[in-house]
Design a protein. Structure first.
Length: 238
């Protein structure tokens, strides 16, 4: 009799424990970049300049080069869009494990819990990739989460990033995209649906944002943050 009454309680406790564990694991899985960003200061990464963290995989020469590339990237963003106000935490590594942990080997930007974060991998240790990621950080820093989720299309986020990314495929003379390609990428809203393995769609995103005056970006983001819809604020590119 005792067993009959105890079992459901044990089952219930097991269920709660299982639920809690799976919630925790999925949180860690989906937020691993944000967690890595927030906890990097207590990891083996060293802060070599304010908000710049690197591990032992970078040689002193690469470290010096990285700091110079960051300076250049900030200047480039300032030149194109105006002075940035976000000061994202930049984390760089050449370690091969970096990719196996699910981090983009070139670069990626993510929002932490308390700050914007930029991860730079082995293929992204250059001014172009850093500038690209800095623009993503700036756009996210200037908009609230609701705006980000409901208003900013993937092509806009990528296009504004590519605009300061001068790697060869993104130079105007190397871009051949059709109006169908541009129309197609403009039909994709969520970054999770963005065909991010195709250079063509990054090029198309750049072409899609081209008609916008870059110096208007920050003001436009401010207006969206104040409640105006993306389609009105950025009507030049809609
Ligand atoms: Zn990007």
């Amino acid at each position: 009799m005792i067993e009959a009454t105890a079992n459901p309680m044990i089952k219930f406790k097991m269920f709660v424990l299982l639920l809690f564990t799976s919630f925790l694991l999925s949180f860690v899985y989906f937020q691993k970049a944000a967690l890595a960003c927030e906890f990097v200061a207590v990891s083996h990464f060293n802060e070599v300049s304010p908000n710049v963290f690197i591990d032992q995989s970078l040689t002193p020469a690469q470290q010096a080069q990285l700091l110079q590339d960051i300076q250049r990237a900030v200047s480039r963003v300032a030149e194109v869009y105006g002075a940035p106000i976000a000061t994202p935490r930049i984390i760089a590594s050449e370690d091969a494990r970096y990719k196996t942990l699910g981090f983009n080997p070139t670069g990626m930007q993510t929002s932490g819990f308390f700050r914007e974060c930029v991860f730079i991998g082995p293929k992204g240790l250059n001014t172009d990739v850093i500038a690209h990621e800095l623009v993503h950080a700036e756009v996210r820093f200037r908009t609230n989460l609701w705006v980000e989720i409901t208003q900013l299309p993937a092509w806009f986020i990528e296009g504004t990033g590519i605009q300061v990314d001068y790697r060869e495929p993104f130079l105007q003379e190397n871009i051949v995209v059709s109006s169908e390609d541009i129309a197609h990428i403009k039909s994709v809203f969520y970054l999770s649906d963005f065909p991010n393995t195709s250079v063509k769609y990054y090029q198309a995103s750049l072409q899609a944002v081209k008609p916008m005056n870059p110096k208007y970006l920050y003001e436009g983001l401010q207006r969206i943050n104040n409640g105006e819809p993306f389609t009105t604020v950025f009507k030049d590119i809609n």
